[in-house]
Design a binder for this molecule. Structure first.
Ligand code: CUA
Length: 153
C-alpha cells in the first residue's frame, strides 16, 4: 500500500470515530436521541390500557398539562383541546389502527404516531390563538378530514 493511501485511510477512520463520538455524546449525554420508540403498547387493546383507557387533558402541575390522545381513522381523541397561554403541554399519543401523523403548524410539533408505540412530545404554547392539529401521514380515504384544533387562551 502506498504511503499516501495509508495516510488517507487513517484520516478517514479518525474522522469516522470523531463523528461517532459526537453523535454518541449528543444522544446519550445530552439526551438528544429520538424521543419516540421507547414505550410500546398492544395496538389491539389501546382502550383497555392506561393511560389510553381515559383520553383527555389533565393538569399535572403548575401550568403543566398532559394530553392523553388516541389517533384513529379519522379522528383525534380528544379533539378541540383548550389550554392556557404559556402552558407546557405533553402530548402522549398512540394510534389505534394505522400510521398517523400529528402536526401543529406554527409550532415545532410534528411527529408520526404509529400503532404499537407511544409517542411523547412536549410543546409550550406562548401565543394565544387557535391552532390547527392535523394528520400529516396518509392514513386512508378520510385522511384529509383528520384534523382538530387546540385553543390557547
Ligand atoms: Cu390520520 Cu392521515
Amino acid at each position: 500500500m502506498g504511503k499516501l493511501e495509508e495516510t488517507w485511510m487513517i484520516v478517514s477512520v479518525i474522522i469516522l470515530v470523531i463523528f461517532m463520538a459526537i453523535v454518541g455524546y449528543q444522544t446519550f449525554a445530552l439526551g438528544m436521541g429520538p424521543p419516540s420508540n421507547k414505550d410500546i403498547i398492544d395496538p389491539q387493546k389501546v382502550d383497555e390500557q392506561a393511560p389510553f383507557d381515559e383520553p383527555g387533558v389533565f393538569e399535572v402541575g403548575e401550568n403543566k398539562y398532559e394530553v392523553v390522545m388516541t389517533l384513529e381513522t379519522f379522528a383525534f381523541n380528544p379533539g378541540d383541546i383548550e389550554v392556557p397561554v404559556g402552558a407546557e403541554v405533553e402530548f402522549i399519543m398512540t394510534s389505534k389502527d394505522v400510521s398517523h401523523g400529528i402536526q401543529i403548524p406554527g409550532t415545532n410539533l410534528n411527529a408520526m404516531v404509529l400503532p404499537g408505540h407511544i409517542q411523547r412530545i412536549t410543546q409550550v404554547f406562548n401565543e394565544p390563538g387557535e391552532y390547527l392539529i392535523l394528520c400529516n401521514e396518509y392514513c386512508g380515504i378520510g385522511h384529509q378530514a383528520m384534523f382538530t384544533k387546540i385553543t390557547v387562551k
